[in-house]
Design a binder for this molecule. Structure first.
Ligand code: AGP
Length: 612
């Protein structure tokens, strides 16, 4: 998830573009750059890191010109570096391209351009392929930029919102949208394109919402929109009334709520490209052979906080599907318990930021003892990613709120993909069950959207219980793993003393804490454990607890033993954490909001814990 901005008009483009990019930095901050049409040439400036670095780079020598494009990057293909930064161009700087999205068939396109057109590539990015495709068509079609972009698009697969300028087409900016966000902003004698509204709000509130497979052609005099067949489209202007700050959150009150609602797209993104044409799991360049996998006699999963909770579900999935024993540990403990590690150990690290020191140090310890390190990370090019032998990225996009939400669900997706991949490699899974789980995973984004439709129900529950100072989360099997995450969410943003425990463990002591009206959130999504869980609910009810149950549609009998019940869509038990966590994230959010807490920046916490 990157941010693109484009401008054509009578003002100097560079400043306007950079200010717009700053408003999109929540979409990615691995590198940034601008390209401006300047005296018949394309002046490209780009730099790794936050936009401030780019501003440093151009200080005293700002590119001059009134037509340009810019980009702030969230790296997916190619680690963050000056070279991999956008805009990308062809060798002769005929055209420049900024791109948000992923070109899925870029490898075969690149190989073809190298073999048959003698193109030399400088970067690891998929976007450089677009620049060269457009440039070759542009040269062959007499500098018709729209046509050159259309020809390039016709052979590309994937998701992309692009902005393109060409040195022989002054004062024109062409953009195209396919499965990635793009808007156009209408000014007076100047016009804009961008990935999102915040980038343009200080210049105009008159926006054109660009539909899928549409091209936008901007000049200083106007904006034209064309459909996929090249026919001009008559589009209504949408007047935006948001404040700038609101806009960065996409109209949501807090980044946490925005990121909870990002989950269907984040899960879709993280699943995309991880299934080959035969519906088999492929793990982006992770090449574990059966022999290698068989050579490991131990798998460790090590992480912290929410990532550790995702690991709990991963342990269950790998053991259930691939029948390989897995040990899981919190990183801060792992390092100091002299773990037994050698070259027969597969070490799996999980980290959203990729910079959590405990996890990083544990990883390095394991590596130093000969273990193979596979990590699940959200931030491309982060330390954990760089120090691992293999990395499977969650494609959740930037997670700004301290309380992790979409990183958790996308980490779960990666855990399920790894479990299926290992199970298939070891021949431990029959194709019927394998395909069943894959179908179930692919249905999850729509089911999360269904859960999000019930937000108001969760909000009223929060209104009812926001003043509780003690809450218990109970569950069995995967539900107890999710209970830990639900409890952590509530603790870290509402500061309520929340406690999670396996429901079967209650009677061994903790049930002593149950008294009249104690709030208990009971998860019962595991069909094979439903009866057991039902009797645990009866147990706490007998102590006067106030039970709010969470189960799947079709289990309405639970309401007989619950004061309130939350229902999520039916799904396979193995993957129910992907649904059952969402109401718990929302509950924590609305309770914290009702208590007036600083939800995105809770006290005493940091988004990435880079100290021990
Ligand atoms: C979760 O909401 C917290 N922000 C925290 O527990 C976090 O999960 C933990 O610090 C691990 O962070 P990481 O995934 O970036 O390594």
């Amino acid at each position: 998830m990157c941010g693109i901005v484009g401008y054509v008009g009578y003002n100097q483009a560079t400043g306007i573009i950079i200010e717009g990019l700053k408003k999109l930095e929540y979409r990615g901050y691995d590198s940034s750059g601008v390209a401006v049409l300047s005296n018949g040439k394309i002046d490209v400036r780009k730099r790794k890191g936050v936009i401030k670095n780019l501003e440093e780079l151009i200080k005293g020598d700002v590119p001059v010109g009134t037509c340009g494009i810019g980009h702030t990057r969230w790296a997916t293909h190619g680690t963050p570096s000056d070279l991999n930064s956008h805009p990308h161009t062809d060798e002769d700087l005929t055209v420049a391209v900024v791109h948000n999205g992923i070109v899925e068939n870029y490898v075969e396109l690149r190989d073809d351009l190298i073999k048959n057109r003698g193109v030399q590539f400088k970067t690891e990015t998929d976007t450089e392929v677009i620049a060269n495709l457009v440039a070759l068509n542009y040269a062959e079609n007499g500098s018709d930029l729209e046509q050159a972009v259309r020809s390039a698009i016709s052979i590309m697969r994937g998701a992309y919102a692009i902005g393109v300028i060409a040195k022989d087409t002054p004062d024109k900016l062409v953009a195209y949208r396919k499965d990635a966000p793009l808007i156009a902003g209408k000014g007076d004698g100047e016009n804009f394109i961008a990935s999102d509204i915040p980038a343009l709000l200080q210049h105009t509130q008159d926006m054109y919402m660009i539909e899928n497979n549409e091209m936008v052609v901007c000049t200083a005099d106007g904006i034209k929109i064309f459909d996929s067949n090249g026919a001009e489209v008559d589009r209504e202007i949408t007047e935006i009334t948001w404040s700038l700050e609101d806009a960065e959150k996409g109209g949501y009150e807090h980044f946490m709520l925005k990121e909870i609602y990002d989950q269907p797209a984040a899960v879709r993104e993280t699943l995309s490209q991880r299934l080959d044409v035969n519906g088999k799991v492929k793990l982006d360049g992770i090449t574990l052979t059966k022999e290698e996998l068989d050579s490991y006699n131990k798998i460790y999963i090590v992480a912290c906080g929410t990532a550790y909770h995702a690991g709990l579900v991963g342990k269950y999935a790998i053991e259930k599907m691939a029948r390989i024993p897995v040990e899981i540990d919190v990183a801060s403990e792992f390092r100091y318990r002299e773990p037994i590690i050698d070259d027969k150990t597969l070490f799996i690290a999980i980290s959203q930021s990729g910079e959590t020191l405990d996890t990083l140090k544990s990883l390095r310890l394991a590596k130093s003892k000969g273990a193979r390190v596979l990590s699940i990370v959200n931030v491309v090019g982060s330390s954990v990613a760089r120090d691992s032998h293999d990395v499977l990225y969650t494609w959740a996009g930037p997670e700004i709120a301290v309380a992790s939400t979409k990183a958790y669900t996308t980490q779960l997706i990666c855990m399920y993909l790894i479990a299926l991949y290992f199970a298939d490699l070891k021949g431990e899974i029959d194709s019927e069950y394998y395909n069943h789980i894959i179908e179930e995973l692919q249905a999850i984004p729509d089911k999360i959207e269904k859960v999000l439709e019930c937000t108001s129900t969760i909000e009223s529950l929060a209104d009812k219980f926001y003043d509780r100072e003690r809450v218990f989360f109970i569950g069995r099997g995967l539900d107890s793993d999710v209970s830990y995450e639900g409890s952590l969410k509530l603790k870290e943003i509402s500061y309520i003393n929340s406690f999670a425990i396996g429901a079967g463990e209650l009677k061994h002591g903790t049930i002593a804490l149950m008294e009249e009206d104690t709030l208990v959130i009971a998860l019962a999504t595991q069909d094979f454990l439903f009866e057991k869980m039902y009797s645990n609910i009866v147990e706490v009810n007998a102590r006067g607890a106030h039970v709010v149950s969470l189960t799947k549609v079709g289990r309405e009998e639970i309401s007989q033993e619950s004061s309130e019940a939350i229902y999520v869509p039916k799904c396979a038990d193995e993957i129910s954490p992907l649904l059952s966590i969402v109401p718990l994230q929302l509950f924590a959010y609305y309770v914290a909001r009702k208590r007036g807490e600083d939800i995105d920046k809770p006290r005493n916490l940091a988004k990435s814990v880079t100290v021990e």
